[in-house]
Design a protein around this ligand. Structure first.
Ligand code: R5P
Length: 281
C-alpha cells in the first residue's frame, strides 16, 4: 500500500492532506540536544511518498528528507518517492565563476541515494532534472494558480517578468483562455534596465504577472509599477515559491492589487494550495 509521510517542512500541508487522504504514516521528528535531527517512522510501507519542502532552514529539511528515506528503507520500503514542493539550491544550476559547485546537482544526486522518484514544483531550471538518477518530474502549479485568479482577472492578460518565465505565463493563460506575453529587459546603462511588455496593449486591462520565485520582490515591483504607468487596470502578482527576503511582502504588496503565492513554502500570503496536485501525483 502507498503511504504518505509528511516531513517537518511539509507540516503546514499535513492537515489538508489528512482531509483528503487517510493514508499517512506517523513519524517522530525531534532534535538531539546538539541540534542533530532524529527521525523515526511509526510503521512500515512497501511504497511511500515522503513530502518534504526544503525552505529555511534548508539544510535541516534536506537532511531530514534523507533520514526519512533511510528509516523507510530500514523498515523494508521497496519504492520511495520524494515530493519536494520547494527544492532548495535549485537556483545554483551552473558554474558562473571557476571553482563553484552546481549545487542543484549535488542535492539531486544525494536525494537519489534513497528515492526512486522525485517530484518538484516549478523547478527554477527544469533541465536540471537530468541530475536526478531516477524518474524526476517538474510539477506545474498552473491549474491551482489559474483557479485562484480566474474571477479576479476577468478578460485580463497574463505576463511573465522575463522571456525565461514565458512558459509559466503561457501555462496559466491557456487554462484561462487569455492572452499572454512577457516583459523584455533592455539594459540602458550599467545601473539601469528598461522593461516593457512585448506585443500587448495593457491599457485598461487587468494583468497577472507569474514567476517561479519572489525573493527581494524587486522584479515584481518594477514590473507592476511599469504596468500601472502604462494604464493597466488591476495588477496581480503570483509566484510558486514565496522565498521572501526581509520586507519583500510589504514592498510588493504596496505596489500591486494583490500578491499571492502557493504554499510550497508557508508564508502569510500562501493563498494557493498545491495539496490537490500532490495527492494526484
Ligand atoms: C529569477 O531568475 C527568478 O525567476 C525570479 O525572477 C527571481 O528570483 C526574483 O527575484 P527578486 O524577487 O529578488 O527580484
Amino acid at each position: 500500500m502507498l503511504m504518505f509521510v509528511v516531513g517537518s517542512g511539509a507540516r503546514h500541508l499535513g492537515d489538508e492532506m489528512k482531509r483528503f487522504s487517510g493514508d499517512i504514516l506517523e513519524v517522530e521528528i525531534m532534535k538531539f540536544p546538539d541540534g542533530e535531527k532524529y527521525v523515526r517512522v511509526l510503521g512500515s510501507a512497501d511504497e511511500a511518498t515522503v513530502v518534504q519542502s526544503t525552505f529555511k532552514p534548508q539544510d535541516e529539511h534536506l537532511i531530514e528528507l534523507l533520514l526519512l528515506g533511510d528509516a523507510l528503507r530500514e523498515r523494508g520500503a521497496k519504492r520511495l518517492r520524494a515530493v519536494v514542493p520547494y527544492l532548495a539550491y535549485s537556483r545554483q544550476d551552473r558554474v558562473t565563476k571557476e571553482g563553484e559547485s552546481i549545487s542543484v546537482r549535488a542535492v539531486m544526486k544525494t536525494i537519489g541515494l534513497y528515492y526512486d522518484e522525485l517530484y518538484v514544483f516549478d523547478l527554477h531550471n527544469p533541465e536540471t532534472l537530468k541530475f536526478f538518477p531516477g524518474r524526476a518530474v517538474n510539477v506545474s502549479p498552473a491549474r491551482a494558480i489559474a483557479g485562484y485568479f480566474k474571477e479576479k482577472l476577468g478578460d485580463g492578460i497574463v505576463l511573465a517578468p522575463d522571456e525565461g518565465a514565458r512558459e509559466r505565463a503561457k501555462a496559466v493563460a491557456e487554462r484561462l483562455g487569455l492572452e499572454f506575453s512577457h516583459f523584455e529587459k533592455e539594459r540602458i546603462s550599467p545601473t539601469e534596465v528598461r522593461m516593457r511588455p512585448v506585443d500587448v496593449n495593457v491599457t485598461g486591462k487587468n494583468v497577472l504577472i507569474v514567476d517561479d520565485i519572489i525573493s527581494t520582490g524587486g522584479t515584481m515591483v518594477k514590473a507592476a509599477t511599469l504596468l500601472k504607468e502604462m494604464g493597466a487596470g488591476k495588477v496581480f502578482v503570483v509566484a510558486t515559491h514565496g522565498v521572501f527576503a526581509e520586507g519583500a511582502i510589504e514592498r510588493v504588496s504596496k505596489a500591486v492589487d494583490e500578491l499571492a503565492v502557493t504554499n510550497t513554502i508557508p508564508t502569510p500570503v500562501s493563498r494557493i494550495s498545491v495539496v490537490p496536485d500532490i495527492l494526484s501525483l
